[in-house]
Design a protein around this ligand. Structure first.
Ligand code: FAD
Length: 322
């Protein structure tokens, strides 16, 4: 592969999301000789964020600035990125497989007339050629893909390819550039987020997830407590969301979020195939269920057969003593 890979950083509330740094590590796996160029976008001086891309392994960084980039729009971001892609003529582009990544990258790929390998969880090497591994059939199988022609354009699933350790002694050029954006057909005035507590679900390394077995909104309280002592986030099955025990923003699965934490604790969740699609690639899975025949035990590394309302307080007590 040739000489340059662009890594598109993603910001939330002015801070780069961890997947941006994972994307840099992915770019290095694609070609460890390539020049890695970090790209950040926004409406203000993003020098600090661009420099952070360098600490995590980028060789240089470009910050694209325009007031129309304050809030994400596929049109504004794709216009800005097309300008930098045309200028840099990269051999590869990497971005996180996040909501914005899923929205933006197909648009850019079609403008470039190139292919896109999405939702990559692992990158191997076959001689000189990177081999991209991605889950298919809701995580029941994996396919390996290679790119034979054109730009190597990939999105990576968060929490799968480890970021490199930040090194604040690393240096590289940072270019802050005012980028031209023509009038947008859609303008986002404001984003009103639902109040969410604690750690972001898609980037959490520990998730405690509740199902219909939790029985009520109040039944989620011990799960929040367990998540807090573990420094994790709370998720849910669709069963729990449908029953109005919690908000749909917590739903994990085929029609919810796809997560890959280091530790996933499934509490009162039966393990329907649609739920497994969102969490079965978690590194360690613990299931707590009173039914020893529950399907969730087929994917669990550790299983506790018992009543969640008895097991969780004991777990919290034990963990607090560590
Ligand atoms: P249940 O299947 O009712 O399981 C509850 C579990 O709790 C049982 O195993 C029971 O033994 C256990 N339990 C009860 N009381 C206790 C207790 N006191 N202590 C311990 N354990 C207890 N589901 C998703 O989760 N995510 C999705 O994205 C999703 N997408 C879907 C898309 C489609 C098109 C369809 C058709 C379905 C989808 N579903 C999804 C729904 C899915 O099929 C299941 O219905 C749902 O996952 C079941 O949720 P549950 O495991 O919480 O509930």
């Amino acid at each position: 592969m040739s000489d340059k890979i662009l890594v598109i950083g993603e910001m939330r509330d002015g801070t780069l999301r961890n997947v941006s740094f994972e994307a840099i590590a992915a770019a290095k796996k694609i070609d460890d000789q390539a020049e890695i160029v970090g790209v950040v976008l926004g409406d203000e001086d993003l020098e600090a964020q661009a420099t952070e891309m360098i600490y995590y392994g980028a060789d240089r960084a470009v910050a694209l600035k325009n007031e129309k980039l304050k809030l994400y729009t596929p049109e504004g971001y794709s216009q800005a990125l097309m300008r930098v892609i045309e200028k840099e003529a990269p051999a590869g582009i990497v971005m996180g497989h996040t909501a914005a990544g899923k929205d933006l990258t197909p648009k850019i790929a079609s403008k470039l007339g190139t292919g896109l390998i999405s939702d990559v969880t692992e990158i191997e090497s076959d001689g000189d050629q990177p081999v991209f591994i991605r889950p298919i059939y809701s995580g029941k199988a994996f396919e390996k893909k290679v790119i034979t022609d054109g730009i190597t354009f990939v999105t990576i699933r968060p929490n799968n390819i480890a970021a490199l350790k930040a090194d604040s002694s690393r240096t590289g050029d940072v270019l802050v550039e005012d980028v031209e954006i023509t009038d947008l057909r859609t303008v986002i005035k404001d984003v009103i987020r639902k109040a969410s507590e604690g750690v972001d679900l898609s980037e959490a390394s520990v998730i405690v997830s509740g199902g219909r077995g939790v029985k009520s909104a109040d039944g989620f309280k011990p799960l929040y407590e367990l998540a807090e002592v573990l420094g994790g986030a709370v998720g849910a099955s669709r069963g729990a969301c449908d029953a109005d025990y919690c908000d749909y923003s917590l739903q994990i699965g085929q029609t919810g979020k796809v997560v890959t934490p280091d530790l996933y604790i499934a509490v009162g969740i039966s393990g329907a195939i649609q739920h497994l699609a969102g969490m079965s690639n978690s590194k360690v899975i613990v299931a707590i269920n009173k039914d020893p025949e529950a399907n969730i035990f087929n994917v669990a590394d550790y299983g506790i057969v018992g009543d969640l309302f008895e097991v969780i307080p004991l777990l919290i007590e034990e963990i607090k003593e560590i």
